[in-house]
Design a protein around this ligand. Structure first.
Ligand SMILES: Cc1cc2nc3c(=O)[nH]c(=O)nc-3n(C[C@H](O)[C@H](O)[C@H](O)COP(=O)(O)OP(=O)(O)OC[C@H]3O[C@@H](n4cnc5c(N)ncnc54)[C@H](O)[C@@H]3O)c2cc1C
Length: 350
Protein backbone atom coordinates (compact mmCIF):
# COMPACT_ATOMS: atom_id res chain seq x y z
CA UNK A 1 0.00 0.00 0.00
CA UNK A 2 1.50 3.36 -0.98
CA UNK A 3 1.61 6.12 1.62
CA UNK A 4 1.59 9.83 0.89
CA UNK A 5 4.61 11.47 2.58
CA UNK A 6 3.61 14.13 5.14
CA UNK A 7 3.84 17.71 3.96
CA UNK A 8 7.07 19.37 5.09
CA UNK A 9 6.06 22.74 6.48
CA UNK A 10 8.41 25.43 7.74
CA UNK A 11 6.77 27.98 10.05
CA UNK A 12 8.81 31.18 10.34
CA UNK A 13 8.30 32.83 13.74
CA UNK A 14 7.87 31.39 17.25
CA UNK A 15 5.43 33.99 18.59
CA UNK A 16 1.93 33.02 19.66
CA UNK A 17 0.70 32.94 16.06
CA UNK A 18 3.52 30.72 14.75
CA UNK A 19 3.23 28.46 17.81
CA UNK A 20 -0.48 27.94 17.28
CA UNK A 21 0.10 27.24 13.58
CA UNK A 22 2.87 24.76 14.43
CA UNK A 23 0.69 22.91 16.93
CA UNK A 24 -2.34 22.69 14.62
CA UNK A 25 -0.26 21.66 11.58
CA UNK A 26 1.61 18.98 13.55
CA UNK A 27 -1.68 17.70 14.95
CA UNK A 28 -2.82 17.18 11.37
CA UNK A 29 0.22 15.03 10.62
CA UNK A 30 2.43 17.59 8.87
CA UNK A 31 6.20 17.45 9.36
CA UNK A 32 6.70 20.86 10.95
CA UNK A 33 9.87 22.88 11.53
CA UNK A 34 9.60 26.21 13.34
CA UNK A 35 12.42 28.64 12.59
CA UNK A 36 12.84 31.62 14.91
CA UNK A 37 15.41 34.44 14.70
CA UNK A 38 15.54 34.93 18.49
CA UNK A 39 14.13 32.90 21.35
CA UNK A 40 10.58 31.58 21.80
CA UNK A 41 8.15 34.49 22.27
CA UNK A 42 10.98 37.00 21.92
CA UNK A 43 8.89 39.18 19.57
CA UNK A 44 5.86 41.26 20.55
CA UNK A 45 4.22 38.20 22.11
CA UNK A 46 6.68 38.63 25.00
CA UNK A 47 5.22 42.04 25.88
CA UNK A 48 1.54 41.53 25.23
CA UNK A 49 -1.30 42.50 27.55
CA UNK A 50 -2.90 39.34 26.11
CA UNK A 51 -6.56 40.13 26.69
CA UNK A 52 -8.85 37.85 24.74
CA UNK A 53 -11.05 40.77 23.83
CA UNK A 54 -13.56 39.76 21.17
CA UNK A 55 -15.48 43.04 21.07
CA UNK A 56 -15.22 45.43 18.16
CA UNK A 57 -16.35 48.95 17.28
CA UNK A 58 -18.48 49.33 14.14
CA UNK A 59 -18.79 46.88 11.26
CA UNK A 60 -16.40 43.99 11.69
CA UNK A 61 -15.03 42.31 8.54
CA UNK A 62 -13.73 39.45 10.70
CA UNK A 63 -16.80 39.00 12.90
CA UNK A 64 -16.84 35.25 12.20
CA UNK A 65 -13.22 34.89 13.34
CA UNK A 66 -13.64 37.02 16.45
CA UNK A 67 -16.88 35.22 17.27
CA UNK A 68 -15.10 31.85 17.24
CA UNK A 69 -11.98 33.00 19.11
CA UNK A 70 -13.04 32.18 22.67
CA UNK A 71 -14.28 28.69 21.79
CA UNK A 72 -10.99 28.02 19.99
CA UNK A 73 -8.97 28.95 23.09
CA UNK A 74 -11.24 26.82 25.27
CA UNK A 75 -10.62 23.86 22.94
CA UNK A 76 -6.85 24.39 23.15
CA UNK A 77 -7.00 24.49 26.95
CA UNK A 78 -8.35 20.94 26.81
CA UNK A 79 -5.90 19.72 24.15
CA UNK A 80 -2.63 21.38 25.14
CA UNK A 81 -1.05 20.44 28.47
CA UNK A 82 -0.10 23.46 30.57
CA UNK A 83 -2.10 25.96 28.52
CA UNK A 84 -4.42 27.97 30.74
CA UNK A 85 -6.57 31.03 30.18
CA UNK A 86 -7.97 33.00 33.11
CA UNK A 87 -11.62 33.52 32.18
CA UNK A 88 -12.21 36.28 34.71
CA UNK A 89 -14.22 38.64 32.50
CA UNK A 90 -13.60 42.29 31.65
CA UNK A 91 -15.11 45.62 32.70
CA UNK A 92 -14.99 48.65 30.38
CA UNK A 93 -16.18 52.18 31.04
CA UNK A 94 -15.43 55.69 29.92
CA UNK A 95 -13.21 54.60 27.05
CA UNK A 96 -15.60 55.92 24.36
CA UNK A 97 -14.23 53.54 21.77
CA UNK A 98 -17.69 52.07 21.19
CA UNK A 99 -16.49 48.47 21.37
CA UNK A 100 -19.23 45.90 21.89
CA UNK A 101 -19.63 42.17 21.55
CA UNK A 102 -22.79 40.03 21.41
CA UNK A 103 -22.07 38.83 24.97
CA UNK A 104 -21.62 42.23 26.64
CA UNK A 105 -23.91 43.23 29.51
CA UNK A 106 -24.52 46.73 30.88
CA UNK A 107 -24.15 46.64 34.67
CA UNK A 108 -24.74 49.19 37.45
CA UNK A 109 -22.50 50.56 40.21
CA UNK A 110 -23.46 48.00 42.88
CA UNK A 111 -22.54 45.08 40.63
CA UNK A 112 -19.33 46.83 39.50
CA UNK A 113 -18.29 47.15 43.15
CA UNK A 114 -18.96 43.45 43.71
CA UNK A 115 -16.78 42.54 40.73
CA UNK A 116 -13.96 44.98 41.50
CA UNK A 117 -14.20 45.92 45.21
CA UNK A 118 -10.96 47.94 45.16
CA UNK A 119 -12.30 50.58 42.76
CA UNK A 120 -12.43 53.79 44.81
CA UNK A 121 -15.10 55.42 42.63
CA UNK A 122 -16.95 52.82 40.60
CA UNK A 123 -18.74 54.38 37.62
CA UNK A 124 -22.55 54.49 37.41
CA UNK A 125 -22.47 51.94 34.60
CA UNK A 126 -19.96 49.71 32.85
CA UNK A 127 -19.90 47.12 30.10
CA UNK A 128 -19.22 43.68 31.52
CA UNK A 129 -17.88 40.91 29.27
CA UNK A 130 -18.08 37.87 31.57
CA UNK A 131 -16.85 35.43 28.92
CA UNK A 132 -13.58 37.19 28.20
CA UNK A 133 -10.21 36.38 29.73
CA UNK A 134 -6.49 36.76 29.42
CA UNK A 135 -3.49 34.50 29.28
CA UNK A 136 0.23 34.54 29.87
CA UNK A 137 1.24 34.85 26.22
CA UNK A 138 4.80 33.63 26.79
CA UNK A 139 3.68 30.57 28.73
CA UNK A 140 0.98 29.81 26.15
CA UNK A 141 3.53 30.02 23.31
CA UNK A 142 5.84 27.61 25.12
CA UNK A 143 2.93 25.24 25.86
CA UNK A 144 1.84 25.22 22.19
CA UNK A 145 5.39 24.55 20.98
CA UNK A 146 5.94 21.80 23.56
CA UNK A 147 2.72 20.17 22.34
CA UNK A 148 3.87 20.59 18.72
CA UNK A 149 7.21 18.95 19.57
CA UNK A 150 5.36 16.04 21.17
CA UNK A 151 3.65 15.60 17.78
CA UNK A 152 7.03 15.50 15.99
CA UNK A 153 7.70 19.17 15.25
CA UNK A 154 11.20 20.65 15.46
CA UNK A 155 11.87 24.15 16.81
CA UNK A 156 15.05 25.98 15.78
CA UNK A 157 15.62 29.15 17.75
CA UNK A 158 18.33 31.77 17.04
CA UNK A 159 18.05 30.89 13.36
CA UNK A 160 17.03 33.89 11.24
CA UNK A 161 15.58 33.14 7.83
CA UNK A 162 17.69 34.96 5.26
CA UNK A 163 15.95 34.05 2.01
CA UNK A 164 14.02 31.46 0.04
CA UNK A 165 14.69 28.84 -2.61
CA UNK A 166 12.18 29.19 -5.43
CA UNK A 167 12.02 26.84 -8.42
CA UNK A 168 9.56 27.23 -11.30
CA UNK A 169 7.42 29.67 -9.34
CA UNK A 170 7.17 27.44 -6.26
CA UNK A 171 9.04 27.75 -3.00
CA UNK A 172 11.11 24.66 -2.15
CA UNK A 173 13.01 25.80 0.92
CA UNK A 174 14.26 28.53 3.23
CA UNK A 175 17.83 29.73 3.62
CA UNK A 176 19.21 30.15 7.10
CA UNK A 177 22.72 30.91 8.34
CA UNK A 178 23.11 27.22 9.14
CA UNK A 179 21.86 25.89 5.81
CA UNK A 180 18.78 25.29 3.69
CA UNK A 181 15.60 23.71 5.04
CA UNK A 182 13.55 22.03 2.35
CA UNK A 183 9.81 22.61 2.47
CA UNK A 184 6.59 21.97 0.57
CA UNK A 185 4.88 24.92 2.28
CA UNK A 186 6.27 27.89 4.17
CA UNK A 187 4.18 29.85 6.66
CA UNK A 188 5.21 33.46 7.28
CA UNK A 189 4.23 34.08 10.93
CA UNK A 190 7.08 36.49 11.57
CA UNK A 191 5.07 39.37 13.09
CA UNK A 192 6.56 42.71 12.05
CA UNK A 193 9.22 40.75 10.11
CA UNK A 194 6.61 39.29 7.76
CA UNK A 195 6.61 42.19 5.27
CA UNK A 196 10.39 41.97 4.73
CA UNK A 197 10.17 38.22 4.13
CA UNK A 198 7.25 38.63 1.71
CA UNK A 199 9.22 41.32 -0.12
CA UNK A 200 11.95 38.76 -0.83
CA UNK A 201 9.23 36.77 -2.62
CA UNK A 202 8.14 39.75 -4.71
CA UNK A 203 5.08 40.60 -2.61
CA UNK A 204 4.55 44.01 -0.99
CA UNK A 205 2.37 43.53 2.08
CA UNK A 206 1.49 46.74 3.94
CA UNK A 207 2.13 45.74 7.55
CA UNK A 208 3.45 48.41 9.85
CA UNK A 209 5.04 48.11 13.28
CA UNK A 210 2.46 49.74 15.54
CA UNK A 211 3.91 50.73 18.93
CA UNK A 212 2.13 50.25 22.26
CA UNK A 213 3.43 50.51 25.82
CA UNK A 214 3.63 47.41 28.00
CA UNK A 215 3.94 47.88 31.76
CA UNK A 216 4.50 45.46 34.62
CA UNK A 217 4.23 46.32 38.34
CA UNK A 218 4.73 44.64 41.67
CA UNK A 219 1.51 45.04 43.60
CA UNK A 220 -0.35 43.56 46.57
CA UNK A 221 -2.29 40.46 45.57
CA UNK A 222 -6.01 40.64 44.93
CA UNK A 223 -6.14 44.28 43.83
CA UNK A 224 -7.81 43.57 40.48
CA UNK A 225 -9.98 40.50 39.85
CA UNK A 226 -10.60 40.68 36.12
CA UNK A 227 -9.65 43.17 33.43
CA UNK A 228 -10.45 46.84 33.97
CA UNK A 229 -10.37 49.06 30.90
CA UNK A 230 -11.24 52.69 31.59
CA UNK A 231 -10.23 56.21 30.59
CA UNK A 232 -7.61 56.08 33.39
CA UNK A 233 -6.08 52.63 33.01
CA UNK A 234 -6.10 49.22 31.32
CA UNK A 235 -5.02 46.67 33.93
CA UNK A 236 -5.19 43.07 35.00
CA UNK A 237 -3.40 41.11 37.70
CA UNK A 238 -1.76 37.70 37.86
CA UNK A 239 -2.30 35.40 40.81
CA UNK A 240 1.20 36.18 42.16
CA UNK A 241 0.29 39.86 42.39
CA UNK A 242 2.05 41.03 39.21
CA UNK A 243 -0.07 43.78 37.76
CA UNK A 244 0.01 44.28 33.97
CA UNK A 245 -1.01 47.42 32.13
CA UNK A 246 -1.07 48.60 28.54
CA UNK A 247 -0.96 52.22 27.39
CA UNK A 248 -1.07 53.99 24.04
CA UNK A 249 2.24 55.08 22.57
CA UNK A 250 2.33 58.88 22.31
CA UNK A 251 5.66 59.92 20.81
CA UNK A 252 9.41 59.85 21.32
CA UNK A 253 9.55 62.81 23.74
CA UNK A 254 11.40 62.24 27.04
CA UNK A 255 8.16 62.59 29.04
CA UNK A 256 6.58 59.84 26.95
CA UNK A 257 9.35 57.26 27.29
CA UNK A 258 8.13 53.93 28.77
CA UNK A 259 9.68 54.59 32.21
CA UNK A 260 7.91 57.98 32.46
CA UNK A 261 4.61 56.46 31.32
CA UNK A 262 5.07 53.71 33.93
CA UNK A 263 5.27 56.39 36.68
CA UNK A 264 2.27 58.32 35.35
CA UNK A 265 0.19 55.17 34.99
CA UNK A 266 1.18 54.09 38.51
CA UNK A 267 -0.18 57.40 39.86
CA UNK A 268 -3.41 56.90 37.92
CA UNK A 269 -3.80 53.34 39.24
CA UNK A 270 -3.17 54.49 42.83
CA UNK A 271 -5.93 57.08 42.38
CA UNK A 272 -8.34 54.49 40.99
CA UNK A 273 -7.68 51.54 43.30
CA UNK A 274 -7.74 51.44 47.09
CA UNK A 275 -4.77 49.46 48.40
CA UNK A 276 -2.49 50.26 45.46
CA UNK A 277 -0.20 52.63 47.38
CA UNK A 278 2.69 50.14 47.33
CA UNK A 279 2.48 49.68 43.54
CA UNK A 280 6.04 49.64 42.13
CA UNK A 281 7.04 49.75 38.44
CA UNK A 282 9.00 46.61 37.55
CA UNK A 283 9.27 46.74 33.74
CA UNK A 284 8.24 49.05 30.91
CA UNK A 285 8.85 48.84 27.18
CA UNK A 286 7.48 49.58 23.74
CA UNK A 287 6.11 46.57 21.87
CA UNK A 288 5.68 46.62 18.10
CA UNK A 289 2.43 45.07 16.89
CA UNK A 290 2.19 43.71 13.33
CA UNK A 291 -0.62 45.90 12.02
CA UNK A 292 -1.94 45.48 8.46
CA UNK A 293 -2.69 48.94 7.00
CA UNK A 294 -6.43 48.28 6.78
CA UNK A 295 -6.50 46.68 10.27
CA UNK A 296 -7.71 43.35 8.87
CA UNK A 297 -5.48 40.26 9.30
CA UNK A 298 -3.50 39.06 6.28
CA UNK A 299 -4.02 35.31 6.04
CA UNK A 300 -3.66 32.98 3.08
CA UNK A 301 -1.40 32.01 0.18
CA UNK A 302 0.69 34.57 -1.67
CA UNK A 303 -0.38 34.85 -5.30
CA UNK A 304 3.20 35.63 -6.39
CA UNK A 305 4.92 32.35 -5.41
CA UNK A 306 3.28 28.98 -4.85
CA UNK A 307 3.54 27.34 -1.43
CA UNK A 308 3.84 30.47 0.73
CA UNK A 309 1.09 31.07 3.31
CA UNK A 310 0.99 34.35 5.28
CA UNK A 311 -0.32 34.82 8.85
CA UNK A 312 0.07 38.43 10.01
CA UNK A 313 -2.48 40.00 12.31
CA UNK A 314 -3.60 42.14 15.18
CA UNK A 315 -4.98 41.27 17.70
CA UNK A 316 -2.75 38.22 17.46
CA UNK A 317 -3.45 36.78 20.92
CA UNK A 318 -7.22 36.92 20.41
CA UNK A 319 -6.97 35.29 16.99
CA UNK A 320 -4.05 32.85 17.32
CA UNK A 321 -6.14 29.83 18.33
CA UNK A 322 -8.88 30.13 15.70
CA UNK A 323 -6.48 31.14 12.94
CA UNK A 324 -4.20 28.19 13.78
CA UNK A 325 -7.17 25.88 13.43
CA UNK A 326 -8.57 27.30 10.19
CA UNK A 327 -5.22 27.92 8.49
CA UNK A 328 -4.08 24.35 9.22
CA UNK A 329 -7.30 23.07 7.62
CA UNK A 330 -6.57 25.16 4.53
CA UNK A 331 -2.92 24.11 4.32
CA UNK A 332 -3.14 20.40 5.15
CA UNK A 333 -6.70 19.49 4.11
CA UNK A 334 -7.06 22.02 1.26
CA UNK A 335 -10.31 23.11 2.92
CA UNK A 336 -10.88 26.86 2.36
CA UNK A 337 -12.31 28.69 5.39
CA UNK A 338 -15.01 31.22 4.58
CA UNK A 339 -14.23 33.02 7.88
CA UNK A 340 -10.82 33.95 6.39
CA UNK A 341 -12.17 35.42 3.12
CA UNK A 342 -11.80 39.06 4.25
CA UNK A 343 -8.16 38.38 5.13
CA UNK A 344 -6.73 37.30 1.78
CA UNK A 345 -3.41 38.62 0.49
CA UNK A 346 -4.90 39.33 -2.94
CA UNK A 347 -6.57 42.54 -1.68
CA UNK A 348 -3.10 44.12 -1.67
CA UNK A 349 -1.48 42.21 -4.51
CA UNK A 350 -4.11 41.90 -7.24
C1 LIG B 1 1.39 46.61 24.93
C2 LIG B 1 0.73 45.59 24.05
C3 LIG B 1 -0.52 45.09 24.40
C4 LIG B 1 -1.14 44.15 23.59
N1 LIG B 1 -2.34 43.67 23.99
C5 LIG B 1 -2.96 42.72 23.26
C6 LIG B 1 -4.16 42.16 23.71
O1 LIG B 1 -4.67 42.51 24.78
N2 LIG B 1 -4.76 41.20 22.94
C7 LIG B 1 -4.21 40.80 21.74
O2 LIG B 1 -4.77 39.94 21.08
N3 LIG B 1 -3.07 41.35 21.28
C8 LIG B 1 -2.42 42.28 22.02
N4 LIG B 1 -1.24 42.80 21.58
C9 LIG B 1 -0.73 42.38 20.27
C10 LIG B 1 -0.19 40.96 20.33
O3 LIG B 1 0.83 40.89 21.30
C11 LIG B 1 0.35 40.57 18.94
O4 LIG B 1 -0.71 40.71 17.99
C12 LIG B 1 0.82 39.13 18.90
O5 LIG B 1 1.69 38.84 19.96
C13 LIG B 1 1.53 38.90 17.56
O6 LIG B 1 2.08 37.60 17.59
P1 LIG B 1 2.97 37.11 16.39
O7 LIG B 1 3.29 35.68 16.67
O8 LIG B 1 2.30 37.43 15.09
O9 LIG B 1 4.27 38.04 16.41
P2 LIG B 1 5.60 37.95 17.28
O10 LIG B 1 5.35 37.61 18.67
O11 LIG B 1 6.36 39.20 17.02
O12 LIG B 1 6.36 36.70 16.64
C14 LIG B 1 7.01 36.79 15.40
C15 LIG B 1 8.36 36.12 15.53
O13 LIG B 1 8.98 36.03 14.23
C16 LIG B 1 10.36 36.16 14.40
N5 LIG B 1 10.95 36.57 13.14
C17 LIG B 1 10.83 37.76 12.49
N6 LIG B 1 11.55 37.76 11.36
C18 LIG B 1 12.16 36.55 11.29
C19 LIG B 1 13.06 35.94 10.36
N7 LIG B 1 13.49 36.59 9.25
N8 LIG B 1 13.49 34.69 10.60
C20 LIG B 1 13.07 34.01 11.70
N9 LIG B 1 12.22 34.54 12.62
C21 LIG B 1 11.77 35.79 12.41
C22 LIG B 1 10.50 37.20 15.50
O14 LIG B 1 11.75 37.07 16.15
C23 LIG B 1 9.32 36.89 16.41
O15 LIG B 1 9.70 36.08 17.52
C24 LIG B 1 -0.55 43.71 22.37
C25 LIG B 1 0.72 44.20 22.04
C26 LIG B 1 1.36 45.12 22.86
C27 LIG B 1 2.72 45.61 22.50
Amino acid sequence: MSRVAPQRIVVIGAGIVGASLAYHLAAKGAQVTVVEAGGIASGVTGTSFAWINTSCAGTDPIAALRGAAIAAWRRLEVQVPGLTVRWHGALSYGTQDGRVSPSCILIERARISQLEPHLRQPPQQAIHEPQQGALDAVAATHALLTAARALGATVRTHTPVLGFIVQDGRVTGVETATGVLEADVIVLAAGTGTAALAQKLGASLPIHASPAIFLRYQAPRGLVRGIISSHAMEVRQDEDGTLLAAEDYVDDAPENQPAAIAQRTASAIREELAGAEALAPAFACIGLRPMPFDGVPIIGYLPTVKGVYVCAMHPGVVLAAIVGQLASEEIVDGQPASALEACRTARFLA
